[in-house]
Design a binder for this molecule. Structure first.
Ligand code: Q46
Ligand code: ZN
Ligand code: ZN
Length: 312
C-alpha cells in the first residue's frame, strides 16, 4: 500500500480513517492532528505553562515529544511510586523518563512518594486497607493529589496526560455499564480548573488509537517502558480494552465513534435529557396523517413513494 501523500511505501494503515502514510508523513500527521485537537477543545495556548505527567510509557513520552515539537512550553513530572516488584517497574520507567528528558534538554520534575510521605504506594495501600489487594485506588488518589500539588506550587496553568483513545473508550465503557452519570458528565478531553484550585486537566491524545501512539514512539525512536505496571494485569480496564478491540476488529472505527458520539451528545446537552416529542415541530404527514418531523411526507410514505417510482 502507498502513502496517500507521496508515492513511497506506507508504514501505517489506519482503517478507521481510510488513511495510509509513510513514516515521514506519519510523523507530520500526528503533531498536526494533535494541534487540531488542542485548538478544537481549547486545551491551552502557547502562552500557558504545561505540566506533562510522564510515566515512562509510550503515550506520555510521545505527548511530551509532540508538544515540544509544536512549540509549547511543556515540562515533565515523573512520580516515583515505588512499584519495584518483578520487573523493577518504577526504577526502569524513571530511568527512561530521565533519559528522554536529558537527551532532549527538557525539564523533568521528579517526586518520589516514599521520600515525600514515608512509604511507597504498595505499602500505603496495604496500611490503609484500600483497594482489595490492588494498590490502584491509592495509586490513583496519590497521582491526582501530587500532580495538582506540583502544578499549583510551581505555577503551571494546565496538567496534560497521555490518555489515548483506547484508555478513554475503556473508561467510557465502564462508566456506561454502571450508568455512572457523575463520571460520564466529567469525562472528556478537558476538565476545567476547579474554583478550589485544582488545575485544568487535558488529554491531547484522546483521539489517537493506542497502536497509533505505539507507531509514533517507535518511528520517533523514543525508548519507553514496554511493560505495563505489574498491578495492571487482570484489571477491569484491560478486560474492557480487549472487548473493545474485538469489536474494533469487526467494525473498524467503532471505538472512535463510541467516544466521539458521546462527546457530541454531551456537548449538545442531550445526554440523559429526554426530549419532549411534542417539541420537535411535528406536523401531520399530508398522505397518511401520522405525526412526523420530516418536512412534507413522513419517512414511511416517502419510502413507499420511492419504491413505487422505482417499479414504475
Ligand atoms: S494505578 Fe494501578 Fe496504574 Fe498505579 S498501581 Fe500500577 S496499575 S500505576 S495506571
Ligand atoms: Zn509519504
Ligand atoms: Zn489534602
Amino acid at each position: 500500500m502507498k502513502c496517500r501523500k507521496c508515492e513511497n511505501k506506507a508504514s501505517i494503515h489506519m482503517r478507521q480513517h481510510k488513511l495510509a502514510l509513510c513514516k515521514e508523513h506519519y510523523l507530520e500527521w500526528i503533531p498536526e492532528q494533535t494541534e487540531r485537537f488542542i485548538k478544537k477543545y481549547q486545551m491551552f495556548t502557547h502562552e500557558e505553562k504545561i505540566l506533562v505527567a510522564i510515566s515512562g510509557g509510550k503515550d506520555s513520552l510521545s505527548l511530551w515529544d509532540i508538544l515540544v515539537k509544536l512549540g509549547y512550553q511543556a515540562d515533565g513530572l515523573y512520580l516515583g511510586l515505588g512499584i519495584d516488584s518483578g520487573i523493577n517497574y518504577s526504577h526502569e520507567s524513571q530511568r527512561l523518563a530521565e533519559k528522554y528528558a536529558n537527551e532532549n534538554n527538557l525539564k523533568l520534575h521528579v517526586v518520589d512518594i516514599e521520600k515525600e510521605y514515608g512509604q511507597s504506594i504498595p505499602v500505603l495501600a496495604e496500611i490503609s486497607h484500600r483497594g482489595y489487594g490492588r494498590p490502584c485506588a491509592v495509586c490513583g488518589l496519590a497521582k491526582r493529589h501530587e500532580m495538582n500539588r506540583i502544578a499549583r506550587d510551581l505555577g503551571y496553568d494546565v496538567l496534560a496526560t497521555g490518555h489515548n483513545l483506547d484508555d478513554e473508550a475503556a473508561v467510557l465503557f465502564g462508566n456506561t455499564l454502571n450508568w455512572s452519570s457523575g463520571f460520564l458528565l466529567r469525562q472528556g478531553p478537558v476538565l476545567p480548573a476547579s474554583s478550589g484550585g485544582l488545575a485544568r486537566k487535558v488529554k491531547p491524545l484522546c483521539r489517537f488509537y493506542e497502536r497509533e501512539m505505539t507507531a509514533y514512539a517507535i518511528m520517533r525512536g523514543i525508548e519507553y517502558i514496554y511493560e505495563e505496571c505489574p498491578f495492571a494485569d487482570g484489571s477491569q480496564s484491560i478486560f474492557y480494552k480487549e472487548m473493545l478491540n474485538q469489536l474494533e476488529t469487526v467494525r473498524p472505527g467503532a471505538k472512535l465513534i463510541f467516544y466521539l458520539n458521546f462527546l457530541e451528545a454531551k456537548k449538545s446537552g442531550n445526554l440523559f435529557v429526554e426530549k419532549n416529542v411534542e417539541q420537535q415541530n411535528l406536523h401531520p404527514c399530508p398522505k397518511c396523517g401520522q405525526p412526523t418531523s420530516t418536512p412534507d411526507l413522513c419517512s414511511f410514505c416517502r419510502m413507499i413513494e420511492k419504491a413505487r417510482a422505482e417499479i414504475a
